[in-house]
Each structure stands twice: as structure tokens, then as C-alpha cells.
Design a protein around this ligand. Sequence first.
Ligand code: GUN
Ligand code: FE
Length: 422
Amino acid sequence: MTIIKGHICYSTDKDTLHTVENGYLVCERGKVKRVYESLPEEFEGIPIEDYGDRLIIPGLVDLHMHAPQYAFRGLGMDMELLDWLEAHTFPEEAKYKDLAYAREAYTYFVEDLKGGATTRACIFGTVHKEATTLLMELLEDAGIGAMVGKVNMDRNSPEYLCEESAEASALATVEWLEGIKDRFTLVKPILTPRFIPTCSDALMERLKDIQKQYKLPMQSHLSENQGEIAWVQELCPDTRFYGEAYAKFGMFGGDCPTVMAHCVSSNEAELALMKKNNVFIAHCPQSNENLSSGIAPVRKFLDMGIPTGLGCDVAGGHVTSIFRAMADAIQVSKLRWRLVDDTLKPLTVEEAFYMATMGGGAFFGKIGSFLEGYEFDAVVLDDTNLPHPQKLTVKERLERIVYFSDDRNIYDKYVSGVRTKR
Ligand code: GUN
Ligand code: FE
């Protein structure tokens, strides 16, 4: 049993941020038992880790990022998606064939995550199974909970990166899955067809077989950019909308837990199917700004009840901070409201915090809150270097942390009850 004490903040639903000043978070075998305002007698004698005036929040969840793109974040941010993939992304991802390069670059990436507030992440690797396995090892050693995918791409990709055939791509995926079987506790595999333009029908069919056989979730991209959407329509003339190009292979929620990045320009029919199939959306505001993709109607996703979380989408996004993603999500929602559609009100801090914790966490299971039975994933925040002339409430302190903290404010971290920092 572990008991930690401090100012505790967590979402109980999308509109409610619950705060307990000088509260006790009691955990047992890596799971939350309860949050108490004062400690019941039954727990007397159990040592308490007292974090004093610091804040304790659930670990942040990143629903979408690309580990091999970390090295070039902040570079080449003057292009739109498809040109950016050709000019910057594919050449960089090809380097991960070289395991020495992968080890160095992935070490920097994992160090970054380790120092930040993210405790769970959905992560794209590259097409290379060895480098993807290495990435999983590094994440497990760092105590980061993650779903990691070997990327599949067998068409419309440069020769130096494209997999030889659907069969070769599927075979490499199975070899990767067999090679990592039962090796990790915190890190799990996730199927990762890059997006429809780079995945043939034959490949999608094979991936569905693999998904069923290994009971895997899947992650991909959806309706991010107008050029991409038009291309998918050309490639799949039998579909009414982009999402159908995944759905026709049984790779769009339902028995295949799915998270789709972006959905900037999803139409009503696409959103309705996502709602029906419980497809998660990874909202990646910083990437959508950098690649001029647009502003996703997140208020609509929330109103419709489509499960939604946040993603940094490095290197579409240039930083890995999910606090920054929260602020970005709120800011772009204001621009959308002012400039595009005044019926969709801007996001609140409560909603952004919910998406960054409980909303995205639901893709992993009982993750992202301190309600009973949730995984004990927590981040302890120290804001003493952000002084203020007045006494602030816990919620005000959290808001300031969202907008302008950095890794120096992360004091301690727990993932599934295991302390991973200090
Ligand atoms: N669509 C297909 N591949 C990618 C990628 O690497 N990044 C982003 N943002 N979108 C994509
Ligand atoms: Fe992406």
C-alpha cells in the first residue's frame, strides 16, 4: 500500500475538476483505492510520502506521437502534410534501419518523455521491426506506459522506405509481434497502418487477420488535410468518406479498439460512425497549426460523446508536452469559435484537463483519474519557481502550470504504482 499527500486534482467527468487540498491518495497494488480529505484510522501506521504544498495530478496521456520524428522536431515547419512527409519525415524514418542510429535517437526521445508529465502514450515507430522493439525496450526501462507500433506502408512511399509487398509487411509485423511476446509489462504492441494512402487493400486485409489473431488495438491518421482526403477518395472510389476506407476492413473501432489522429475535416457521417464504433480521436492542435491542417471541431466531438484525448504528434507538433497541448487546444478552439463557427464555444480548462488525462486514458483502460480502481499513475508538481503575490487556489495553480510550466516543475512521477523519477 502507498499513501501520498498533497493538493490532489483530478477529473471525474469532462466538466468537473475535483480538487482536495492537503488530501491523501491511497493506493494498493498499483491501483487507486481512494482520495481522502483526512486519513481514516485504518491506515494509521502506514508510511506517508508527504509532498507538502505540491500538487498531485493523474499522469498525462499522449494519444498520438511519432518517436522517430523526435530528432527533427522544429525543423521544416513551412510545409503542408504530404510535402512534409516526402521532404522531411520519410528520409528521417529511413535512418532507423540502422540500429545504432535508432538507439541514439530513441534514447533522446525516451529521456524527454521521462522528464515530462506524460505517463502513457500511443507511439508510432517506423517500418523497422528491430528498431521498434528497441524503442519498446527503452520505454519499458524508463517506466513509461506505452502502446507502440511498427509502422506498415506498402504503397505510395519512397522506394527507400516502402515495404516490398503486403505480404512482406504482414510477415515483418508477425515477426515483430512474436519477438516481443510476453516481454514487457508497461509497453504493449498496437497495429499501425500509417494511413490509407500508404496501405494497399491487400495489406489492410492481412492486418485485420493479425488484429483478430493477436487481439490488438490499432492507431492511424484520419481526415487531417484536404489533399490527403482528396487522395483517399481517389484511391478508394467505393467509399463515401475516409473513415470507411478503414471500416471496410474492420479496422475502425468496434472489435478493433482504434485511435485516429486529427479528424480536422471529418464530415458528419464519419463522426457518426466513430461515435457508433467508439473510435477515439487524438486531437493534435500544435501539429494542426504547424502543418496548416486546420482546427478540429473538438467541442463537437465532446458534445457527440466521441472519446477524445490529446496528442503532441511530434514532429508535426514540435514539443512533447501535453500541458502545452492543453493550452494549444484551448487557444485554437477560441480562434475557431471567433473565425469559423460561433456555435462551437471554446474549450474550458476542465475539458482540456479531462482530455489530457481521463479522456485519452480511457483508450488504455482505467487510466487518467483518481477514482477507485484506476491505475496509480500520478505526477507531482512543484510550482515554487512560479511565485505569485496572492494566495492562489489549487485550481488556479494548476491552470498556471498548464500554461507556463516546464519539466523543471515535474517533481515526481508514478506509473502503475512504480515511482519513476527522483
Ligand atoms: N499522416 C501519415 N503519416 C503522418 C505523419 O507521420 N504525421 C502526420 N502528422 N500525419 C501523417
Ligand atoms: Fe501523426
